[in-house]
Structures are given as structure tokens and as C-alpha cells.
Write a protein that binds this ligand. Structure first.
Ligand code: HEM
Length: 136
């Protein structure tokens, strides 16, 4: 029980800080003042945070598999919420990677749209997290 709870808690620590990184990094880039001159550094932070979300999300599942031999039974609403989180995380990771590869050619307006998109994906995933938690 102690080891199991520790595994979930440490995974949750990474997952919580990852959530702060994906939303906070994107909002910080555009609001209240534009910090797009630091766009690449922020995009690396956000890219790392999306990666952390995907790895720690998978680690929740792996911990359940290890201790129970199966993943939790989810209601249809919880399953939809999890699918939304996974889709948002993959899209966020891809958008951050795309910005890191091509963002210098996008100009101020294009870069701003990219960070707003990253913030929207993070907000969507956080909203879905609440439904996953309470409809599981
Ligand atoms: C591949 C992507 C992801 C997977 C597989 C995943 C999976 C999970 C799982 C299994 C839980 C535990 C649910 C429970 O306590 O019942 C969880 C919790 C959580 N996830 Fe994710 N997640 C992913 C992405 C994200 C993202 C992108 C965010 C935020 C930006 C996020 C935010 C949260 C939060 C805040 C919680 C805690 C909810 C609570 O206990 O109140 N997750 N996630």
C-alpha cells in the first residue's frame, strides 16, 4: 500500500507541475504583455511540460497495471474525458514542436496564435481532467 501510494503520488507531482507548465508557459508568453521575444525558451518549457504530461499520464496507467493487473474501469464520460486529454496532449506536443521548428518564420501574429492555441489546448485538458476525476 505504501509503495503503491508513493508511486501514484510521485506520478501526480510530475503531472501537476506539467499542467502548470503547459498552461502557465503559454499564458505567460502572451499575457499581460507579449513575451514572444522569449518564444523559443518558453516553447521548450511547454514542449517539456507536454512530454511530462504524456509520460506521467502513461505512468498512472502503468502503476494500476502493475498493482492491479488492469487499468481502472471508466464510465463513458470518464473515457471521453481521457480521450480528450490524450488528444490535447498530442496536439500540444506537436504544436510546440512545430513552433520550435518553424516559428521564426511565422511573424508576431503567427507566433501569438500558436501560444494562444497552446493555452487553449492546456485549458481543454485541464477541464477534461476534472471530468475524468469525478466521473471515474
Ligand atoms: C496523455 C495524456 C494524459 C493522460 C493519459 C492522463 C491521465 C491521467 C490520469 C489517469 C489521472 C488520474 C485520474 C484520477 O485521479 O481519477 C490524471 C489526473 C490529472 N490530470 Fe492527466 N492525463 C493526461 C494529460 C493531462 C494534461 C495535458 C493535463 C493538464 C494540462 C492533465 C491534468 C491532470 C490533472 C490536473 C489531474 C488531477 C485531477 C484530480 O485528481 O483532481 N492531464 N491524468
Amino acid at each position: 500500500m505504501g509503495a503503491e501510494n508513493l508511486a501514484y503520488a510521485l506520478t501526480q507531482v510530475v503531472h501537476n507541475f506539467g499542467a502548470v507548465g503547459v498552461l502557465g508557459g503559454a499564458v505567460f508568453a502572451v499575457w499581460p504583455d507579449s513575451r514572444l521575444s522569449h518564444g523559443r525558451k518558453l516553447a521548450w518549457l511547454i514542449f517539456g511540460a507536454w512530454s511530462a504530461q504524456i509520460l506521467s499520464g502513461a505512468s498512472f496507467g502503468a502503476t494500476s497495471l502493475y498493482y492491479y493487473g488492469k487499468t481502472p474501469d471508466l464510465s463513458s464520460i470518464a473515457t471521453a474525458a481521457l480521450a480528450i486529454k490524450v488528444a490535447a496532449a498530442l496536439a500540444g506536443l506537436a504544436l510546440a514542436a512545430w513552433y520550435l521548428r518553424r516559428g521564426e518564420q511565422w511573424g508576431h501574429a503567427g507566433a501569438r496564435r500558436a501560444f494562444l492555441g497552446l493555452a487553449a489546448l492546456a485549458a481543454l485538458a485541464l477541464t477534461a481532467a476534472a471530468f475524468l476525476r469525478w466521473f471515474s
